[in-house]
Structures are given as C-alpha cells and as structure tokens.
Design a protein around this ligand. Structure first.
Ligand SMILES: Cc1cc2nc3c(=O)[nH]c(=O)nc-3n(C[C@H](O)[C@H](O)[C@H](O)COP(=O)(O)OP(=O)(O)OC[C@H]3O[C@@H](n4cnc5c(N)ncnc54)[C@H](O)[C@@H]3O)c2cc1C
Length: 61
C-alpha cells in the first residue's frame, strides 16, 4: 500500500458486505481499497461452518 496513492473508493471493513462492495466497485472501474482492522472475512471467520452459502447445500467450513 502506497501512502501517497489516491483511491477512488475506500471501503472500511473486510466482511462479506465490504468484499461485495469492493467487487462491484472494481468491476465498475474504480480504483478501490479495503481496510480491515482485524482479519479478512468478518464475522464469518468466527464460526467453523457457514450455512446458506450459495452452491453448498450442506454448508461449508
Ligand atoms: C458465529 C457466527 C456464525 C454465523 N453463521 C452464519 C451462517 O452460517 N450463514 C450466514 O449466512 N451468516 C452467518 N453469520 C452471519 C454473517 O457472518 C454476517 O451476516 C456477515 O458476516 C455480515 O457481513 P458484514 O460484511 O455486514 O459485516 P462483518 O462480517 O461484521 O464485517 C465487518 C468488518 O468490518 C471490520 N471493521 C469494523 N470496524 C472497522 C474499522 N473501524 N476499520 C476497519 N475495519 C473495521 C470488522 O473487523 C469486520 O471484519 C454468522 C455470524 C456469526 C458471528
């Protein structure tokens, strides 16, 4: 990360919401950065099984 770089969009939080926002921003051509204070993944990283994940009928770890 370059401290002097000017981004089009800064997204605070690297959970599913932040990643989805970043994905769409990047696809739209915006120079985008995600800032995460803990670790990537958000609340989902606190559990061993995720239910309701598209494409995985029985959940995914
Ligand atoms: C134990 C548990 C089990 C779950 N199981 C499921 C499941 O099976 N299926 C399902 O669909 N959902 C599940 N959920 C819910 C799912 O995890 C949340 O709905 C989802 O994570 C919300 O995403 P979000 O991006 O809105 O917020 P979050 O995941 O909360 O992400 C926000 C991120 O922002 C960061 N942040 C906050 N403030 C700052 C700051 N000032 N600077 C930088 N970063 C910051 C946080 O560290 C965090 O990583 C579960 C949640 C928990 C806690």
């Amino acid at each position: 990360m370059n401290e002097n770089h000017v981004y089009d969009m800064i997204i605070v939080g690297g959970g599913p919401g932040g990643y989805t926002s970043a994905l769409y921003a990047a696809r739209a051509g915006f120079d985008t950065i995600v800032l995460e204070k803990l670790s990537a993944g958000g609340q989902m990283s606190l559990t061993w099984q995720i239910d309701n994940y598209p494409g995985f009928e029985n959940g995914i770890d």
